[in-house]
Design a protein around this ligand. Structure first.
Ligand code: ATR
Length: 291
């Protein structure tokens, strides 16, 4: 154990790989966790463009980077590039955590569990609920899978049809249920939201620096729906602000980030994640971005 927080010749490196990563609070969250437990680890952001993904994975092997979080836009694209994929991540079709064991890269998914922990923590049980999921990327796949596993009825809306169809087909197969797929536009949103009690934004719409964007018009929101936004930066996205105005219940995605990060920490270090330290560090980092 290294109680000295300085980087040494034996420090193990972890990080987050995505594009953009400039507003990520994961470095603050994980470095605080390593420091709190006196672990000889450090965590850095790596901006990796879509076309550089294969080179980045080779770099991870060559530089012996111990673990990475994976975010937009790589969670689905990296699957064929890995040496091993954990069963859950394979079923979900998305990887958000990488572990490097002597050059062998294994992929895991902690988003699904992180999302469920966030829901449970807010007293929301998806069983039997009509849920509208916006998006069909890596995060949406994990969230849709998690919701289906807990007995929700899903409608997936996405800007592009093909990934939404593929996501729905994979989940339908895993749980033998039917999932509705619609284009993401005002008309289909209005239709889907009429019957829904839970709305989850799993797109990146509204994320800083495009914080004035929202995927759903205010007029479509009302008091009978709970709105979850996985965009946590800004802390209160335009979608969540407008949902509040419409008297809807709102849940911010920061708690999902903390839980998926805690589960990643366990995979990399084998140790118990200091959840409160991580939560506080992530919140403080967000506040400092918003100043
Ligand atoms: P993540 O890993 O966070 O899921 P991703 O796999 O790149 O990131 O997925 C991003 C999601 O946000 C996708 O559903 C994407 O829609 P497309 O499949 O049509 O690309 C959605 N998204 C991103 N920008 C969007 C925008 N401006 N309007 C609507 N949807 C958007």
């Amino acid at each position: 154990m290294n109680t000295n927080p300085e980087i040494t010749g034996t420090t193990k490196l972890c990080g987050v790989m995505g594009d953009p990563v400039g507003h990520s609070v994961s470095p603050a969250m994980h470095n605080a966790a390593f420091r709190a437990l006196g672990l000889d680890y450090a965590y850095l952001p790596f901006r990796v463009r879509r076309e550089d993904l294969p080179a980045a994975l080779q770099g991870m092997r060559a530089l012996n980077i111990r673990g990475l979080n994976v975010t937009i836009p790589h969670k689905v694209a990296l699957l064929p590039l890995l040496d091993e994929i954990d069963t859950l991540a394979l079923q979900i079709g998305a990887v958000n955590v990488l572990l490097n064991d002597c050059g062998r890269l294994s992929g895991y998914n902690t988003d699904a569990q992180g999302f469920l922990r966030m829901l449970t923590g807010n007293g929301v049980d998806p069983q039997g609920k009509n849920v509208v999921v916006l998006g069909a990327g890596g995060a949406a796949r994990a969230i849709s899978f998690a919701l289906a596993s807990r007995g929700a009825s899903l409608t997936i809306l996405n800007r592009t049809a093909a990934p939404a169809q593929a996501c729905a087909a994979d989940i339908s197969r895993a749980f033998s249920l039917s999932i509705k797929v619609l284009d993401l536009n005002r008309e289909s949103l209005a239709h889907a939201l009429q019957q829904a009690s839970l709305l989850v934004n799993a797109t990146s719409v509204g994320m800083s620096p495009q914080a004035d964007a929202t995927p759903v018009d205010l007029e479509l929101l009302g008091p009978n729906i709970t709105v979850v936004d996985i965009v946590y930066n800004p802390y209160k996205s335009r979608l969540l602000k407008e949902a509040e105005q419409a008297s809807a219940r709102t849940i911010n995605g920061l708690e999902m980030l903390v839980w998926q990060g805690a589960l990643a920490f366990e995979i990399w270090t084998g140790g118990q994640p200091p959840l409160n330290v991580m939560r506080q560090a992530a919140t403080a980092a967000l506040k400092s971005y918003e100043k």
